[in-house]
Design a binder for this molecule. Structure first.
Ligand code: COA
Length: 296
């Protein structure tokens, strides 16, 4: 059994390779407790064809998010960043949901301080998704509710199946989203549509999410995962530094005035022009061949 197969079999957390790999990414894993060494891990990691798959894996609980899940997501994001071969990551859910939100059962007994800490940790992990130098695609099927939707919003692309159900139902619990839902969603789809979801708890279909620009559709693909794989394959052909800088510029566009964003774009463009990969990309076009990028 090779390494990827062992991860896929869910026996990664306690083995020697995992321990060695974990030491190598210590600086990348400040959040969350260590994964449980026995049983099925609540998040799986594998790489195939230049794609890193981060699979939410609590299907019996519709992939509800708890501190262990956030800890593993953070760890595996670090592995993805360090991987010499994975160019894009896909975040998706095992079973019939992407993620039905934060684990409500976890909320039954924790203190206010623990609750605040859970929000802080979750937001920190999400922020590292946003700042990840490589692209991450969320493939959403079934439910993406509460923290599940908030996590998907921290990915660079969100692909949703037509009958997916996206929403922020926390007010029904006497709570509100704590992972950016009240702030990111109105910026993406406008205050009125965000208010509709927040104030009523209504779930928006994947088709509706596509129509209002919150998600990309699956196109001719049978599932969000297949569509995300097709997108990832295309993304993987681009120059890595250009992708990294595109992420920086897109992020800046969300909260930078145009008068500052345009000079930033020009500065980044000049910097990219000086890279080896730009030389290679331009030469490959002129020579009518595929470029080979090295990320420098
Ligand atoms: N936290 C913890 N467990 C959850 C969960 C969550 N957010 N969402 C679903 N589950 C669990 C259920 O308790 C159930 O577990 P059980 O079989 O041990 O009883 C299992 O997942 C299946 O969920 P169930 O409610 O039986 O499925 P359904 O198809 O009838 O309903 C939902 C699906 C998503 C509509 C419903 O589970 C739901 O409303 N979940 C909560 C969504 C939410 O409020 N999210 C924000 C949390 S802050």
């Amino acid at each position: 059994m090779n390494r990827e197969e062992r991860w896929a079999a869910g026996c990664c957390a306690g083995d020697a390779l995992g321990a060695r790999r974990n030491r190598a990414v210590t600086a990348e894993e400040p959040a969350g407790p260590a994964p449980v060494a026995t049983g099925e891990p609540p998040v799986r990691y594998r790489e195939q064809g230049g794609i890193a798959y981060l699979t939410l894996n609590r299907p019996e609980k519709l992939n509800a998010l708890n501190p262990e899940v956030f800890g593993l997501l953070d760890r595996y994001r670090g592995w993805f960043v360090d991987s010499p071969t994975a160019k894009v990551a896909i975040l998706h859910g095992n079973g019939r949901a992407f993620a039905a939100g934060a684990d409500i059962e976890h909320y039954v007994s924790i203190s206010v301080a623990d609750y605040a800490e859970f929000m802080r940790t979750g937001n920190a992990v999400q922020q590292r998704f946003i700042e990840c130098p490589k692209p991450i695609v969320a493939a959403v099927h079934g439910y993406a509710l509460g923290g599940g939707l908030e996590l998907a919003l921290c990915c660079d692309l969100l692909v949703a199946e037509p009958d997916a159900e996206l929403g922020l139902p926390e007010a029904r619990l006497g709570l509100l989203p704590g992972g950016g839902g009240t702030q990111r969603l109105p910026r993406l789809i406008g205050t009125m549509r965000a208010a509709d979801l927040l104030l009523t708890g209504r779930r928006m279909s994947g088709s509706e999410a596509v129509a209002c620009g919150l998600a990309l559709g699956t196109g001719q693909h049978a599932s969000a995962l297949a569509a995300a794989e097709a997108l990832s394959t295309r993304i993987g052909r681009q120059a890595p530094l250009a992708l990294q800088m595109a992420k920086v510029l897109l992020r800046a566009a969300a909260d930078t005035p145009l008068s500052a964003g345009l000079p930033l774009e020009q500065a980044v463009g000049a910097m990219l022009y000086a890279t080896d990969d730009a030389r290679e990309g331009i030469a490959a076009f002129v020579e009518k061949r595929s470029p080979t990028f090295r990320g420098i």
